[in-house]
Design a binder for this molecule. Sequence first.
Ligand SMILES: Nc1ncnc2c1ncn2[C@@H]1O[C@H](COP(=O)(O)OP(=O)(O)OP(=O)(O)O)[C@@H](O)[C@H]1O
Length: 357
Amino acid sequence: MDVTREKIVEALGRIALPDGKDLVSADLVRALSVTDGAVRFVIEVPDPAVARQMEPVLKAAEAAAQAVPGVTSVSAVLTAHGPAPKPAEPPSLKIGGHPTPQTGPQQISGIDRIVAIASGKGGVGKSTLSSNLAVALARQGRRVGLLDADIYGPSQPRMMGVNKRPGSPDGKRILPLEAHGVVMMSIGLMLKEGEAVVWRGPMLMGALQQLLEQVFWGELDVLIVDLPPGTGDVQLTLCQRTHMTGAIVVSTPQDVALIDARRAIDMFGKLKTPILGLVENMSTYVCPNCGHEAHLFGHGGVAAEAEALGVPFLGEVPLSLEIRQAGDTGVPVAAGEGPMAEAYARLAARLIAGGMA
Ligand SMILES: Nc1ncnc2c1ncn2[C@@H]1O[C@H](COP(=O)(O)OP(=O)(O)OP(=O)(O)O)[C@@H](O)[C@H]1O
């Protein structure tokens, strides 16, 4: 029997609290996800003292969720936010520490595939593709995580409409946030607004390692990693320390973008990270008023490049005002309906069919 979110909410709504309210009416349930019978949620209370009294409630909530027919597993965590008597951030959660030594690329437990979205050049739409692809994959039933590793210009909090600081129940694990069916984490959520990041080398590797290993990702079919543009430390660290399924390189059809894309592909080749394929972004522009099609940055250049390099061409995404506006408002276009959502759905279907997601 299919378990729905509503059934779990209904079950949690029967868990009474000492003040007479219940878990749901008191708005304490966060990040509830239900995937193929696996239920995950967080109970968030205002402060650590309340959290201690809530242990029995957590147990009751787990039992209630487990008792819903069709539920195969329940993973629940109790977390406190708000004023704590001690400093709010335990030391081990300080982002940007030195990395711990490790031999060779590691598999991350619970995550089946890690797919990086890369570009040679900035501003070609890598973050837009990452968020929309993540949402489109989730809509097709995949368990998807999105890691914004663009340490210098994190944009996923804005694109996914998330701006809460992630909590940590035990000072070690970081709880990811959830938006549009995707669990997500961004370095941007751990920094104060407007705070500049000036890390290089080891600090940066430490931050990335924390994001990959300390975040409570749960069971994922695929983790999409939104990389910074270019061929720098983050790309190197990720490919050398993590067992990657591969990279998708996004480019506009312009020659200048393609030259940089080639450089990125060359770097992944040297790092022995497979190229899963190329995507042409900002391909055709269809005028919303008259329907006229124009190719502002050219058209077909990425498909031709893919053929020349012998890598798959995964598809194209039009240049569309709707895509830009959706990204700015925090609801990726792939979460809705229409031709743009369908363009991302086609890409997602292609990845699933190819065993890449
Ligand atoms: N297909 C598209 N149609 C219209 N606008 C788009 C499209 N793809 C991306 N954009 C817009 O272009 C701008 C740059 O996109 P985005 O931030 O995704 O690029 P990026 O390659 O991740 O950039 P950065 O190098 O800064 O990380 C954003 O304003 C975004 O909304």
